[in-house]
Design a protein around this ligand. Structure first.
Ligand SMILES: *Cc1c(COP(=O)(O)O)cnc(C)c1O
Ligand code: SF4
Length: 333
C-alpha cells in the first residue's frame, strides 16, 4: 500500500485533518517531544499547523529534519533577538485599511485571505491576527474599481495568507472581474499550497485559472528538495501541462537550507519538475524567528558556492525586503 492511501479524499478534508498538536505530530514521526525542546507557549502564540501531506515527507525519527524544523514550535522562539519586531517590512498600516498593498510600480498585491494551510515558524504572519486584514467581499468591489482606474497597474498578485485557500467560486469570481480590465496583463498567485497541500490543485482549479485570457503565474514556496514528494510533483506537472508558469521562492533558513548542497539540490529538483527558481529571501526580522537567521555575510558566501555548482538560470536571486524601498533589494557582495 502506498502512503497516499491514508490521505482524505479532498483538499478541504485534508486541511481539516492537519496536525495541530505537538504530541500527535511527534507520535506520527516516532519522536519523543521531550528530546526536541518543544514549547507549548510558542504554540500558543502561533499554533502548530501541518497537513499530513507535508509531514509525510519528513524523515521518521529524525529530530533535525529540515521540514520538521520549519513547523515545530520550540523554545528558541521565546528568546530575545535585538532588532526583531512585529512588522519588519512595514506593511501593516497600509494593509489593515484596505486589504491591498500597492508598494511597487505596476504591481498590486491583494491580501486575499489571512490564513494558511501550514504555519511556518519563520513567518512574519505569526505576530498578527492576519485573518482580520483580509480583503472582505465588500472591499473586493472597491479594490477592483481602483485597479480599473489605474492604468499603470499591469499585474495583480494574489497573496495572503494563502490565496488558494479561497474556494473555487470566490477565486473564479475575482479572476473574472480582473479579466475585464484591459490593462492587466498578468495574474500572479503566491501560494504554498501546491507544496503543502497539493490536493488543492484540482481539475476545477486548473480550469478556473486557464479560463482567464491573462497570463497566469504561480509562485510556489518551497525551501528544501524533500518537500517535492510525488503528490507535489504531480500537481506541478498538471499546472505546467496547462501552460501555467511556475516559479519558486524560498526563505534562507538556518538549519533548513543554509547549505550549498541543499540549495543546489533544491534548484535542480525544482527545474526537473518544471519550476524556475526565482527568489531566495533573507529572513524578515519578525519577533520569534531570530534562530532562523543567516547573516548577509554568510548568505553571500553561500551564494558563491551555489553559483559555482549550478547553471546560471538555476541560481535564485538573493533578496531582502527593505521597508519603504521601491522593490525587493538584491543582496550583493
Ligand atoms: C514582493 C512584493 C511584490 C512583488 O515583487 P516582485 O519583485 O515583482 O516579485 C509586489 N508587491 C509587494 C507589496 C511585495 O511585497
Ligand atoms: S504566509 Fe507563507 S510562510 Fe507564512 S505561514 Fe503562510 S505559507 Fe508559511
Amino acid at each position: 500500500m502506498t502512503e497516499t492511501a491514508h490521505f482524505a479524499k479532498n483538499w478541504q478534508q485534508q486541511l481539516a485533518q492537519a496536525f495541530t498538536n505537538i504530541d500527535d505530530l511527534c507520535q506520527y514521526l516516532d519522536l519523543n517531544p521531550s528530546d526536541l525542546a518543544v514549547s507549548t507557549s510558542a504554540a500558543q502564540q502561533f499554533a502548530l499547523r501541518v497537513p499530513l501531506s507535508f509531514a509525510a515527507s519528513m524523515e521518521k525519527g529524525n529530530p533535525h529534519d529540515p521540514l520538521l524544523r520549519q513547523v515545530l514550535p520550540i523554545t528558541d522562539e521565546l528568546a530575545f533577538y535585538a532588532g526583531y519586531t512585529n512588522d519588519p517590512v512595514g506593511d501593516l498600516p497600509a494593509a489593515t485599511q484596505t486589504g491591498i498593498l500597492h508598494k511597487y510600480q505596476g504591481r498590486v498585491l491583494l491580501i486575499n485571505t489571512g490564513s494558511c494551510a501550514i504555519n511556518c515558524r519563520y513567518c512574519f504572519r505569526r505576530n498578527f491576527p492576519y485573518a482580520d486584514l483580509q480583503l472582505s467581499k465588500q472591499q473586493e468591489h472597491a479594490v477592483i474599481q481602483s485597479i480599473q482606474n489605474d492604468p499603470s497597474i499591469h499585474e495583480v498578485i494574489f497573496s495572503g495568507g494563502d490565496p488558494l485557500l479561497l474556494n473555487d467560486a470566490r477565486l473564479s469570481r475575482l479572476i473574472e472581474q480582473i479579466n475585464q480590465i484591459d490593462h492587466i496583463k498578468r495574474i500572479r498567485i503566491h501560494s504554498r499550497l501546491p507544496i503543502v497541500l497539493p490536493a488543492r490543485i484540482t481539475p476545477e482549479l486548473i480550469h478556473t485559472l486557464t479560463q482567464s485570457p491573462k497570463q497566469i503565474i504561480l509562485v510556489l514556496h518551497c525551501n528544501h528538495a524533500n518537500e517535492l514528494n510525488e503528490r507535489v510533483i504531480n500537481a506541478c506537472q498538471q499546472l505546467k501541462k496547462h501552460g501555467i508558469t511556475l516559479l519558486n521562492q524560498s526563505v534562507l533558513l538556518k538549519g533548513v537550507n543554509d547549505d550549498a548542497t541543499v540549495l543546489c539540490e533544491l534548484s535542480e529538483r525544482l527545474f526537473q519538475h518544471g519550476v524556475m527558481p526565482y527568489y531566495l529571501h533573507l529572513l524578515d526580522k519578525a519577533t520569534g524567528t531570530g534562530h532562523f537567521a543567516v547573516s548577509e555575510t554568510e548568505a553571500l558566501l553561500l551564494m558563491e558556492r551555489v553559483q559555482a555548482c549550478l547553471s546560471g538560470y538555476l541560481v535564485p536571486k538573493l533578496v531582502k525586503e527593505v521597508a519603504g524601498a521601491e522593490s525587493k533589494r538584491y543582496v550583493v557582495g
